[in-house]
Design a protein around this ligand. Structure first.
Ligand code: COA
Ligand code: AMP
Length: 637
């Protein structure tokens, strides 16, 4: 265990958060400095940096231009799927952002208004996010891989004044047209925006303004070309910067609120202390701006730091091959990279000896960071071996916005242990609790909970739903935030995260809800009931499986095959291909408790070949027997 900088910082962060975060806040430029660091007057709601005023876009762009970084690269867009690359200096990015902020202002967007951004990995997505921040408007980015039902649910809840989108995204196998999906989502949503702005991409142009709609439709170019640059709008530290929807167990996504002040302070601190990245470093995060990793570590943290961020529109493999990441690292002399373990598993599958890697000069690379799902010891060992640099797991979630557990490469690098994201990050009081809310001894598994208050940058609540915030996260253990992950802490204080204890899915580092996949299945006219479970998968970590009971009168022998194919397609059309639902089985009945709760966990354990935990309240235990061969078919050998 550390006796050095980490131990001192951690202790202070828990014992005296006011002093710790008060000092960290000086790395951010405030128009009015905060009068209070932690406001704990209204538990369980905690707020950071009361009285402080700032603008996040100012801290990400204007400040660096003013201080002489105008000519430094801020954003490098590298897009193997379109065969293009483009570098934007801080001055250029500022100019683009200020102009698009003016364009949004021209459409009536003001401080506090929401703007939904549904875009692929193009620079304009970053420009739109920062333009919202500049105006004090609240962006809500929706991952481009989500189809109409998911997009509609987010539009319904966020109630945006404007939606910014693009004509298409580009997957290696196909061009994905966004506009029909956006139209489909807007048709479903009871909330309609005032305007829709569409970036036309040459790979597939969209029909813009051709339908008779209640809202105005324009191209990006039309609104942006002559817009007057807009200035930064002063906001309070506690005003929301963005709402990012994430999947819970039900079909209704949770609107995670991120405030301006705490976010800027925490991300700035994490770049230096967790990731060891400073001004001028080149940093490459291969994720998507639609996920929290993209928000925090493609966009905000590197720019708040004055580093250079790489925006990569491509995949780890197939664009064109498994050397894509190494090409990017060597071409831009990246200091560090960050992605999900699945991406490394994809590379390992195609180039396990690392031969393609050796074509590139990776001497600039100091460290690799992996997060978003469990880093299995095999992938950790392989990556460490072929890359020869530290491979650093870090554990966190959309709700926290930055790492809960990590090996703090800037503050005090500590020994790495396979299977563990290392130690609690300063600010997070990590506790492993048993069912009666008692801390368990080292080495014992339990629920991972965080003692309140959570540090700056984490969610203060859910978008316009304090009640759901408390019910979802704070009601199980009083005084604690429930992470939804199970795990343990060892004798050295290292955290081990075993996986979700609820029904949230994590497929290739993408967080998905069983509820929304089930809603898509249940919408099929032949389905009487259904359940979705996440089963272990060597490549994607987890994949969903659907189990459906058909309505009376439908003969599975006759129609089963057709219905299964339709169900797979339905999930692609409603939730998105990213759900990766390939297997749906027709079953006679689903196991339930006497009160009607479907036993997903029991089925998951059966499918994973574990001993299933069967609650005493099961309605009919014989259902499990009939499901056995379906969930885990006997090995034919
Ligand atoms: N827009 C539209 N479709 C998308 C999409 C997007 N942004 N992202 C993924 N999809 C589609 C894929 O094309 C694929 O479609 P298909 O079923 O027709 O082939 C489907 O969704 C499943 O995608 P994915 O699970 O990503 O599988 P894959 O085999 O295409 O790629 C990896 C596998 C590992 C290469 C990819 O998942 C990856 O790069 N993962 C990194 C994880 C990551 O970025 N996580 C974010 C948090 S850090
Ligand atoms: P998301 O909100 O999409 O970032 O997903 C968060 C969830 O992903 C967590 O609750 C974990 O279940 C899982 N996760 C993220 N990072 C890790 C990690 N380093 N180790 C284990 N699980 C992780």
């Amino acid at each position: 265990m550390s006796t050095g900088a980490y131990a001192a910082a951690y202790e202070q962060s828990i014992a005296d958060p006011n002093a710790f975060w008060g000092a960290a806040a000086s790395a951010v430029e405030w128009s009015t400095p905060p009068t209070q660091v932690l406001d704990d007057s209204n538990p369980p709601f905690y707020r950071w940096f009361r009285g402080g005023h700032l603008n996040t876009c100012f801290n990400a762009l204007d400040r660096h231009v003013r201080d002489g970084r105008g000519d430094q690269a801020a954003l490098i867009y590298d897009s193997p799927v379109t065969g293009t690359a483009q570098t934007f200096t801080y001055a250029e990015l500022l100019e683009r952002v200020a102009r698009f902020a003016g364009a949004l202002a021209g459409l009536g967007v003001e401080k506090g208004d929401r703007v939904v951004i549904y875009m692929p990995m193009v620079p304009e997505a970053v420009v739109a996010m920062l333009a919202c921040a500049r105006l004090g408007a609240i962006h809500s980015v929706v991952f481009g891989g989500f189809a109409p039902a998911e997009l509609a649910a987010r539009i319904e809840d966020a109630r945006p004044k404007v939606v910014v989108s693009a004509s298409c995204g580009i997957e290696p196998s196909r061009v994905v047209e966004y506009k029909p999906m956006l139209d489909g989502a807007l048709d479903r949503s009871s909330h309609k925006p005032e305007a829709v702005v569409v970036l036309q991409r040459p790979q597939a142009r969209a029909a813009v303004g051709e339908r008779d709609t209640a809202w105005e439709e324009m191209t990006w170019e039309e609104v942006d070309a002559d817009a007057e640059p807009a200035d930064c709008v002063d906001v309070e530290a506690t005003d929301p910067l963005y709402v990012l929807y994430t999947s819970g167990t039900t079909g209704r996504p949770k609107g995670i609120v991120r405030d301006n002040g705490g976010h800027a302070v925490a991300l700035r601190w994490s770049m230096e202390n967790v990731y060891d990245i400073g001004p001028g470093d080149v940093w490459f995060t291969a994720s998507d701006v639609g996920w929290v990793v993209g928000h925090s570590y493609i966009v905000y943290a590197p720019l708040l730091t004055g580093a250079t961020t790489v925006l990569y529109e491509g995949k780890p493999v197939g664009t064109p091959d498994a050397s894509a990441f190494w090409r990017v690292i060597s071409q831009y002399r990246c200091t560090a990279m960050f992605t999900a373990p699945t991406a490394y598993r994809a590379i390992k599958r195609e180039d396990s000896a690392g031969e393609l890697m050796r074509q590139y000069d990776l001497s600039s690379l100091r460290c690799v960071f992996l997060a978003g799902e469990r880093l299995d010891p095999d992938t950790y060992a392989w990556a460490t071996d072929v890359l020869g640099v530290p491979v650093v797991d870090n554990w966190w979630q959309t709700e926290t916005g930055w790492p809960i557990a990590a090996n703090l490469r800037g503050l005090e690098p500590m020994p790495l242990k396979p299977g563990s994201p290392s130690v609690p990050v300063p600010g997070y009081d990590v506790q492993i609790l048993d069912e009666s809310a008692q801390p368990v001894p080292p080495g014992t598994e339990g629920a991972i909970a965080l003692r309140l208050p959570l540090p700056p940058g984490t969610l203060p609540t859910l978008w316009q739903d304090d009640e759901r915030y408390v019910a979802s996260y704070l009601s199980v253990y009083e005084g604690y935030y429930l992470t939804g992950d199970g795990g343990m802490v060892d004798e050295d204080g290292y955290v081990y995260v075993m996986g979700r204890t609820d029904d949230v899915l994590n497929v290739a580092g993408h967080r998905l809800s069983t509820g929304s996949i089930e809603a898509a299945l249940a919408g099929h006219p032949a389905v009487a009931e259904c359940a979705v479970i996440g089963v272990a998968d060597d490549f994607k970590g987890q994949v969903p499986r659907g189990l459906v009971v058909l309505k009376g009168g439908i003969d599975p022998q006759v129609d089963g095959e057709r219905i299964r194919a339709e169900l797979v397609q339905r999930v692609r059309d409603e939730v998105g291909a990213v759900a990766s639902l390939k297997q749906v089985d027709v079953v006679g009945a689903l196991p339930k408790t006497r009160s009607g709760k479907i036993l997903r966990k029991t089925m998951r354990e059966m499918a994973d070949g574990k001993t299933p935990s069967v609650p005493g309240t099961i309605e009919d235990a014989s259902v499990l027997e009939t499901l056995g061969p379906v969930l885990r078919p006997p090995n034919p050998l």
